[in-house]
Design a protein around this ligand. Structure first.
Ligand code: TYM
Length: 331
């Protein structure tokens, strides 16, 4: 069975960009492929979170993944740091990654200009750990948003270099894009992102979301209620495309253009359809929070399953590059 692998960082609460760009596809793919989904806590260390904040975020992200519909009977859900193969393979792959390749990574450039005080070696080598996450399962498909495609391109480069030297070891992992590969934030300008503060949280209440939608940007040329709107440039209309059915989208399109509805009407309709998706996710998350033992069990089983596969890969890698077997004496 072909494998898929993907991960989310525990660096803040999940938002609808994560849901639309990645999680929805995780749920869709879990039946068709052998799926490995990770809370990538080692990646989160690059921003040096407080230990208690990190501990809580790891559990909250796992809860969000399950609440969004990932089924632990059909997919392996685990915490990255509990599977040692990720960090071990990362070291090995870093010896096959030219600095020039890392220098080209736009996320590193963006993050290091945003937070210059946080530039550390981990942030620079981050994409190699991401490659290791995928390759340690020899995964062929990676459901992610558009912002991760450059990292996947690097992973494929690493695969080609490694396979060229040691024979076919890893498949080249390909991204799986969702229908919403780049969801904009409520500012209507930048990608929705935990670090930009322009997100709609997946666990937010209806009221919290409404407060944000109420002031969210629409067509900048529609200044008065009676002005006709242009849905094609309105970010709120793009959200309708994700959460409202085709008939509603067509109606909003028509009534916005003729000024039959105003921006507030359009936002109210969106708020209702958004809540129809978020409400059940919030409910499932509540149930999961109330049963911490069950979450421990799911993540424990997941780590054990993931470790078995990762260990198979690592045995093969060690053998090919000339390292001794793990834990074996040197005889
Ligand atoms: P992270 O934690 O920033 O985001 C998790 C997933 O959500 C997607 N995403 C979006 N999609 C559409 N529109 C948006 N505005 C948006 N914001 C986020 C991301 O593309 C991602 O799929 N480096 C990764 C985590 C990672 C990983 C991996 C992913 C580590 N190892 C191995 C895949 C495979 C990251 O920071 O994602």
């Amino acid at each position: 069975m072909v494998r898929v692998m993907s991960g989310i960082q525990p660096t803040g609460a999940l938002h609808i960009g994560n849901y639309l760009g990645a999680l929805q596809n995780w749920v869709r793919l879990q039946g068709e492929y052998e799926a490995f989904f990770a809370v990538v806590d080692l990646h989160a260390l690059t921003i040096r979170p407080e230990p208690e904040t990190l501990r809580r975020a790891i559990r909250e992200i796992a809860i969000g993944i399950l609440a969004a519909g990932v089924d632990p009977d059909r997919a392996t859900l685990f915490v990255q740091s509990q599977v040692p193969g990720h960090a071990e393979l990362m070291w090995i792959l870093s010896c096959f990654t030219p600095l020039g390749d890392l220098n080209r990574m736009t996320q590193f450039k963006d993050k290091s200009t945003q937070l210059p005080e946080l530039v550390n070696a981990g942030l620079f080598t981050y994409p190699i750990l991401q490659a290791a996450d995928i390759l340690v399962y020899r995964a062929e498909r990676v459901p992610v948003g558009e912002d991760q495609e450059q990292h996947l391109e690097l992973a494929r480069e690493i695969v080609r270099r490694f396979n060229g030297l040691y024979g076919a070891t890893f498949p080249e992992p390909m991204p799986v894009r969702s229908t919403a590969p780049r969801v904009l934030g409520i500012d209507g300008e930048a990608k929705m992102s935990k670090s930009k503060g322009n997100e709609i949280g997946l666990f937010e209440t209806e009221q919290e979301t409404w407060e944000k939608l109420r002031v969210a940007k629409t067509d900048p040329q529609r200044l008065r209620r009676q002005d006709p709107g242009r849905p094609e440039v309105c970010n709120i209309f793009s959200y309708h495309g994700y959460f409202s059915d085709a008939a509603t989208c067509a109606q909003v399109d028509r009534e916005c253009r003729t000024a039959a509805i105003g921006c507030v009407d359009c936002k109210k309709l969106l708020a209702r359809n958004l809540e129809a998706v978020k409400g059940p996710i919030r409910e499932r998350a509540l149930a999961l929070r109330a049963d911490p033992g069950r979450l421990d069990q799911i993540l424990g089983d997941g780590a054990a399953r993931a470790s078995r596969v990762a260990e198979e890969t690592m045995a093969m890698v060690r053998e090919r590059i000339g390292l001794p077997k793990a834990g074996a004496g040197h005889g």
